[in-house]
Design a protein around this ligand. Structure first.
Ligand SMILES: [Zn+2]
Ligand SMILES: [Zn+2]
Length: 136
């Protein structure tokens, strides 16, 4: 069990169990929502990520609700309701517990990030995607 908080401490989250996956996401939603070329997400079954204090606000980018702290604005998690998942901002986890295994939505990438991990154009089959990879 991990307890973590937003920067101002108003919202606390409790994370149970191990992530199903940790990913570098290059989708255009993450880019515009976070103002970053790509983000690091830790993906859990929705019930494993609980809000224990505070009331996160929903922001929708292309329809996928992204929850933030109303006071400090920190991105907390994305609600992937159709798949029953919550995709946590991995920077909220303790240092040393983040080791992404794959890159997703590379078709939207700002620039190639070359490493030894798989680079899916959209999503792997295990996430309901088409398993196609990009050249880099
Ligand atoms: Zn906050
Ligand atoms: Zn994304």
């Amino acid at each position: 069990m991990i307890e973590t908080q937003c920067l101002c401490g108003e919202v606390s989250l409790q994370i149970s169990g191990e992530p199903m996956a940790q990913v570098y996401c290059h989708c255009s939603d993450c880019q515009i929502a976070q103002g970053a070329a790509y983000v690091v997400n830790s993906v859990y079954p929705a019930e494993a990520v609980k809000v224990v204090s505070g009331e996160p606000v929903k922001m929708a980018v292309k329809g996928t609700p992204r929850l933030r702290c109303a006071s400090c604005g920190i991105a907390l998690f994305t609600e992937v309701a159709a798949a029953g998942l919550r995709s946590l901002n991995a920077y909220l986890l303790p240092k040393g517990s983040v080791a992404p295994q794959l890159h997703i939505h590379c078709a939207d990438a700002v620039m190639p990030i070359v490493d030894s991990l798989p680079h899916y154009a959209r999503l792997p089959a295990s996430f309901g995607g088409d398993d196609e990879c990009v050249e880099w």
